[in-house]
Structures are given as C-alpha cells and as structure tokens.
Design a protein around this ligand. Structure first.
Ligand code: PGA
Length: 241
C-alpha cells in the first residue's frame, strides 16, 4: 500500500497568492491537499500531481441550505476527497459541534456522490488516560455510528480512508507514539475488514512534523499522515514527502 499525506490547511492562509504558492510547493504525487473552500478554485488550477480535498461537505445536493457547500458543487472544482468528522468540527471552539448522526449523513451522501472520504476519529485525553482499550472502545463507537449504512454501498479501498487522530495530540506538539498509533490502526483495520469487508488505509494525525514523521510513515501498519500545522510550512512538509 502506498503512503498518503493529507495536508489540512484548516483556516489558512490569508490570501489567494499565498495559497497558490503553498499549493505549488506541495504539489506531489501521493499528496492530498485540503485548502479552505475559498481557495479550492485556485488550488484546483494550480495542482498537477496532488489531489484536492474539501475540509467538509454538506449532505444536501442543491437547495435551500444557507451557508452550506454541497458535494456536487465541490466536484465542480475537481475535489476528489472530503475530510469528515474532524475533531475541530465535532468540538469546535465556538460550540455546537457535529454529531455522529450528522457525520454519518454527510458521509453517505458524499460516498453516493462519488467523493472519497477521509473520516477522522480519535479519543479525548480523559478517555486515553483510562488506557488504550478504553480508547479503542471509544473509536469503535465513533466508527459504528459514522459508518452506519455504509455496508450497503459497494465501497472500494480508495473510497474510505480512516484518519486516527487522538484529540490530545492535535496541534499540541505531543504526538502519539508510532507503536500505539499502529496498535489503533490494526484495531481499526480489523473492524473494517470484519464489518465492511474493506482493506482500508489508516492514517495517523496529530502533531506530525519533519522530525517525527519517519517513525509513523515507516511503520508498516500506518498508511500515511494527516498533517495540520506542518503542512503550512513547505520546507517542513517537504521533509515528510
Ligand atoms: P496538527 O493537526 O498536525 O497541527 O496536529 C492535525 C489535524 O488536525 O488534522
């Protein structure tokens, strides 16, 4: 399985000029770039080798959904992947986050619309402090709710990618260890093989940077990384590539 690097720019950068510069610097095979929606069009025109992702996609097609962006509109810009269930959308700083039910609705409609999903799961600190088995139960519960009904779709391996992102590791500078990220990856893969007959890629995300990436990326059970902060610095991101 080839390794995949997903660059999640979150709400960065400020200008189109900067976004185009960043997209050019990160335009490599095996890379998926998720810019903010406002830069999708310019990124789409810039990228030749990397694939384009959206940081979210609404479940509705076209209609009266003020402020939302539908999977069909995203496809118009050449978007092939969508990140769903990121912990910053599940628990945004302003409150009112996404439930597993909403994530499930978005996931099913984006899959039916032909987008590939990068589904983020991961436990908060207080759960992990109870041990990795409690964390596995938490992640299993997220996966079962988020993927409800997906067993009825004929999914190919590239249609569904799971990103294991322990919340306590995101943006904190304190990543998980490659060994326990791999243990979680093995657990997720076995669940998906049993319940959905899928050979799924499992990425690790949470404070991955140029110094620690090789521990994750060289591990046979970790199929790539979802990278936030380090993807805003082309020099740093190129070390990962
Ligand atoms: P980080 O973010 O690399 O800045 O920790 C990862 C993510 O939120 O996907």
């Amino acid at each position: 399985m080839k390794k995949l690097l997903v660059a999640n720019w979150k709400t960065n950068p400020l200008t189109t000029k900067e976004a185009v510069k960043l997209a050019k610097a990160e335009d490599h095979k095996g890379v998926v770039i998720a810019p903010p929606h406002v830069f999708l069009e310019s990124a789409s025109k810039t990228l030749k080798k990397a694939k384009l992702a959206s940081q979210d996609a609404f479940w509705g097609d076209l209609g009266a959904y003020t402020g939302e962006i539908s999977w069909r509109q995203l496809k118009e810009f050449g978007v092939e992947y969508v990140i769903l269930g990121h912990s910053e959308r599940r628990n945004p700083p302003v409150g009112g986050g996404e439930t597993d039910e909403l994530i499930n609705k978005k996931l099913l409609s984006a899959l039916e619309g032909g987008l590939n999903i990068i589904l983020c799961v991961g436990e908060p600190k207080e759960i992990r402090e109870k041990g990795i088995e409690t964390a596995k139960n938490y992640v299993q519960n997220q996966l079962e709710k988020d993927l409800k009904g997906a067993e009825n779709l004929k999914l190919k391996t590239e249609n569904l990618i799971i990103a294991y992102e322990p919340i306590w590791a995101i943006g904190t500078g304190t990543p998980d260890t490659p060994e326990s990220a791999a243990e979680m990856s093995i657990f997720i893969k076995s669940l998906l093989t049993t319940n959905y007959s899928l050979q799924t890629k499992v990425l690790y995300g949470g404070s991955v940077n140029g110094r620690n990436s090789s521990g994750f990326l060289s591990h046979p059970e970790i199929d790539g990384a979802l990278v936030g902060g380090a993807s805003l610095n082309p020099e740093e991101f190129n070390k990962l590539i």
